[in-house]
Design a binder for this molecule. Structure first.
Ligand SMILES: Cc1cc2nc3c(=O)[nH]c(=O)nc-3n(C[C@H](O)[C@H](O)[C@H](O)COP(=O)(O)OP(=O)(O)OC[C@H]3O[C@@H](n4cnc5c(N)ncnc54)[C@H](O)[C@@H]3O)c2cc1C
Length: 366
């Protein structure tokens, strides 16, 4: 069998509505200066302004690194000890930023923004790829090089964008070997580990992977425009914060809170999320979520040596602080969180496996 290329990816993944919309296929194509691909209506496709035959090198990298293609799964599972439901981790902690400006904007404990700020300020990286909020609660992936811009990227947008694609823009930095940090959902982080397993650009430039816990994600058009704006008549510009805990919570700038049962949004969850088995972002250096943590704190899983060193440095510089209470309370809270994320992680793992096996039974030709 010959090398599988983007045409195969289109047939096996994109046309079956299984694409994660992570943008990794575009990232490797841009990094190699080929630019054969583009994204149209949330789907990667050949760039029709440049005929595919001339452009695509048929190298097959986009196929191999796709999060929905299992080819490299065993390689990265072995390297990162990715045993379900939580993968490998050194320890769990509960922490928050000490920076009041970040606290104000952050989704939970502001740990992610504090880490990225530290990395830029200490010149440990040349740029970080984040999800930047634009008007009407839409967002775009952005390569940021100055810590002042970071605060505006704090907070969670529950809508998928091709963040990994932005890695391909490392060329803008004009550096031969740029050092980058990336923050993203499990499907995004996983593709970067696959690039690193193959030792290809731009994955090899990523020095730190900060992973977000993620149960599911949505499309901007269906969630924000059709559901919130058109059906529920919510002015998107009046929204201060969105949060998924037991239900979907919308906090308006005037302080009013609207609660939508998650069941009402189930049909809007992106199709690819039903195939995902990773809740806690098992391939990250540090994984961060809000689940189980006291208000204003984050739940943090330290996974790799690099992640552990980084987190310790932030603690030493008092940029972040761990949750303190009666020692017994801290231990109990951590034990409760661990059991909760194990339970949710296991549920997501089993559901993802079930959906995958249904797909296989129904004639998966991969
Ligand atoms: C789609 C989605 C679903 C999630 N589901 C859960 C969940 O079920 N349980 C749970 O405990 N936590 C979940 N999280 C993580 C949680 O919402 C927070 O992102 C996390 O706790 C970090 O909080 P923080 O205050 O440290 O981050 P902050 O300091 O506020 O920084 C947030 C970072 O997230 C990035 N970001 C924002 N939106 C997106 C996006 N759509 N895609 C990629 N990056 C983004 C921003 O660039 C920013 O760097 C989810 C996050 C996302 C994006």
């Amino acid at each position: 069998m010959g090398i599988k290329i983007f045409e195969d990816l289109r047939r096996e993944i994109v046309d079956r509505n299984l694409c994660n919309l992570c943008g990794a296929c575009l990232a490797v194509c841009t990094a190699n200066n080929v630019n054969a691909l583009t994204i149209h209506e949330n789907r990667p496709q050949y760039n029709e302004t440049t005929p595919q035959i001339q452009k695509c090198l048929e190298c097959g990298i986009c196929y191999l690194i796709c999060g929905q293609i299992p080819e490299l799964n065993e390689v990265i599972e072995a390297k990162y000890g990715a045993k379900p439901p939580l993968g490998s981790y050194k320890y769990l902690t509960i922490a928050r930023t000490t920076d009041l400006t970040i606290q104000e904007k952050a989704q939970d404990g502001g740990i992610v923004t504090s880490i990225l700020k530290y990395l830029l300020e200490k010149n440990f990286v040349d740029g970080v790829i984040v999800n930047q909020s634009i008007e009407d609660w839409n967002s775009v992936p952005k390569l940021i090089t100055s810590s002042e811009e970071l605060v505006q990227t704090a907070g969670t947008r529950y809508t998928a964008i091709p963040a990994v694609q932005e890695l391909g823009n490392y060329r803008k930095l004009n550096l031969e070997n740029p050092r980058l940090a990336f923050v993203g959902t499990p499907c995004q982080v996983q593709t970067i580990r696959k690039m690193q397993a193959l030792q290809v650009r731009p994955g090899i430039f990523v020095k730190y992977l900060i992973g977000l816990f993620c149960m599911e994600n949505f499309d901007y058009r269906t969630l924000m425009k059709e559901k919130l704006q058109n059906e529920l008549k919510i002015n998107l510009n009046e929204i201060k914060k969105l949060n998924i805990k037991k239900n979907f919570f919308i906090t308006l700038k005037n302080g009013e809170q609207i609660e939508i049962p998650l069941n009402e949004l189930k049909h809007l969850v992106r199709e690819n999320c039903h195939y995902c088995t990773d809740f806690t972002n098992i391939y990250a250096d540090i994984s961060v979520g809000g689940i189980g943590a006291p208000q204003g704190y984050s739940t943090v899983l330290i996974r790799t040596e690099e992640g552990g060193q980084l987190f310790t440095n932030l603690l030493l510089e008092r940029r972040i602080e761990e949750f303190t209470a009666e020692p017994n309370n801290v231990t109990q809270t951590k034990a409760k969180i661990l059991s909760l994320i194990k339970k949710l992680g296991q549920t997501k793992y089993e559901n993802g496996q079930k959906t995958k096996s249904r797909l296989n039974k129904n004639g998966d030709d991969r």
